[in-house]
Design a protein around this ligand. Structure first.
Ligand code: HEM
Ligand code: NAG
Ligand code: NAG
Ligand code: NAG
Ligand code: NAG
Ligand code: NAG
Ligand code: NAG
Length: 258
């Protein structure tokens, strides 16, 4: 096998973490300690280089990991191209012309390099051998979802309210296209009016500019709490972001504040 290809396969084996609880007997933090001791530092270097080349790739990898895990578990199925036997996840509603970083790994390193925690990952998961666009369409949440739709979607993945509000903090990194928040800045009431007006006047006009990018928060290359601070000011970018904080003292509000 070519070195690049074998490295790629190893990399995706490791792209596994804690969004879903994958506690399983054969997984361990030191899966590669004997069979490939240098792999983790090598991956860290590759991700470092990729982020130095393009900071956003760190955000894109974090999102890719979420999209992998929410569709039949964290087995790398999101990376599979279509075959004669299945139509994969790459052309699903949430991923088509949107997901990026398919040839890179790995989320833990991106988060650490961009200032987040350097957490441990359970290793040893086997690669998916199949993928499904329909499963992706049915499982990935949309930016127009309301609070109860978001909660139901996460509950369907055995996640609770806290497990909705905390990982949504992934939007501390990266960008969204105008088309994903145009409705919000024109129609929503739970939004800071000046914030809405300035987006309408700049990056997201009433028509055109669908692919124009807006950072989720003011520090879109730092893994920090500024995303949640924006929600407190009704400056969430997506409708789904602001659904987590309405300002009426709900449990979700209190988790955002914390
Ligand atoms: C709660 C439901 C969620 C919804 C509705 C949602 C929706 C979206 C949308 C619409 C975009 C912009 C895509 C585009 O413009 O092409 C986006 C980007 C992003 N999402 Fe989410 N997301 C959710 C949860 C999450 C979670 C749990 C994570 C990770 C922990 C995450 C990480 C990201 C990142 C990092 C980006 C920026 C990617 C980049 O700049 O390439 N999202 N999300
Ligand atoms: C560097 O980033 C650009 C996008 O800004 C991308 O097209 C290119 O493939 C990246 N190169 C490497 C070596 O990662
Ligand atoms: C499609 O499925 C058949 C039957 O399981 C298998 O023999 C074949 O290798 C598969 N083709 C591809 C491209 O995966
Ligand atoms: C994915 O995007 C391409 C390019 O914009 C488009 O031609 C195609 O119809 C889209 N596929 C699906 C399934 O929406
Ligand atoms: C949320 O959306 C669903 C589906 O569109 C709708 O049935 C429900 O009434 C909405 N809930 C609220 C509180 O707006
Ligand atoms: C605002 O909401 C109305 C009614 O749902 C919809 O027809 C219209 O397209 C929305 N406007 C924008 C700019 O999204
Ligand atoms: C806060 O508002 C949402 C809808 O806007 C409502 O569903 C919820 O019950 C309210 N919570 C409290 C504590 O008032």
């Amino acid at each position: 096998m070519a070195p690049v290809k074998s490295f790629f396969i190893l990399s995706l084996l490791i792209a596994v973490s804690s969004i879903l609880n994958l506690a399983s007997a054969h997984l361990s933090h030191d899966f590669y300690k004997k069979i490939c001791p240098k792999v983790l530092p090598e991956i860290r270097k590759v991700v470092q280089r990729a982020i130095r080349n393009e900071t956003r790739i760190g955000a894109s990898l974090l999102r890719l990991h979420f999209h992998d895990c929410f569709v039949n578990g964290c087995y790398g199925s999101v990376l599979l191209d279509d075959t004669v036997n299945f139509t994969g996840e790459k052309t699903s509603l949430a991923n088509n012309n949107s997901a990026r970083g398919y040839r890179r790994c790995c989320t833990r390193d991106s988060v650490a390099i961009l200032g987040g925690p350097d957490y441990r990952v359970l290793l040893g998961i086997r690669d998916a051998r199949t993928a499904s666009r329909d499963a992706a369409n049915n499982n990935l949440p949309a930016p127009f979802f309301n609070f109860s739709q978001l909660l139901s979607n996460f509950q369907a993945h055995e996640l609770n309210l806290k497990d909705l509000v905390a990982p949504s903090g992934g939007h501390t990194l990266g960008f969204a296209k105008c088309a994903t928040f145009r409705n919000r800045i024109n129609n929503d009431t739970n939004i800071n009016p000046k914030f809405a007006a300035s987006l309408r006047a700049s990056v997201c006009p009433a028509s055109g500019g669908d692919n124009n990018l807006q950072p989720f928060d003011a520090t879109s290359a730092r893994f920090d709490s500024v995303y949640y601070q924006a929600l407190l000011k009704k400056k969430g970018l997506l409708h789904s972001d602001q659904e987590l904080f309405k300002g009426n003292g709900s449990r979700s509000d209190r988790l955002v504040q914390r």
